[in-house]
Design a protein around this ligand. Structure first.
Ligand code: HEC
Length: 110
């Protein structure tokens, strides 16, 4: 009986550990979009603005005017930017991080 109980306790604490770990992973995922944005983009796009070309901010109105509506469109811009913007290839920002940045932008800059 004692053994059964300790196996049960071990199982419960193990699943609590797994649940805790997956919540933590979720948080890093969300944070990394913001962190990556701050690292690579915020120099020219502080608060979603644009210090180089004021007409091309990351806010929805300006993005919409240029047909940049989905996260995929933002990733396309990183891979193939216009004049004045740094190019970010997959080596600098891998697809997963690029996706996280793009989602951060669409969620944050309305
Ligand atoms: C060196 C400055 C600079 C950096 C760094 C930079 N950008 Fe830009 N960005 C610009 C300029 C200038 C434009 C306007 C030219 C163009 O449309 O490509 C622009 C335009 C954009 C647009 C289109 C906005 C619109 O309204 O049409 C998006 C989206 C964008 N940048 C995303 C990013 C992301 C994401 C990063 C980081 C991974 C980034 N930029 C880093 C300068 C920069």
């Amino acid at each position: 009986m004692k053994k059964v109980l300790s196996v049960m306790i071990a199982t419960i604490s193990l699943s609590a550990l797994i649940a805790g770990a997956s919540i933590a992973a979720d948080k890093t995922e969300k944070k990394s979009g913001e962190a990556e944005f701050k690292k690579h983009c915020a120099v020219c796009h502080p608060d979603g603005g644009n210090t180089v070309n004021a007409a091309k901010t990351l806010h929805k109105k300006d993005r919409d005017a240029d047909g940049i509506k989905k996260p995929a469109d933002i990733i396309a811009k990183m891979r193939n930017p216009g004049p004045g913007m740094t190019q970010f290839d997959k080596k600098t920002i891998p697809d997963k991080a690029a996706q996280a940045i793009a989602e951060y932008i669409t969620k944050t800059f309305k």
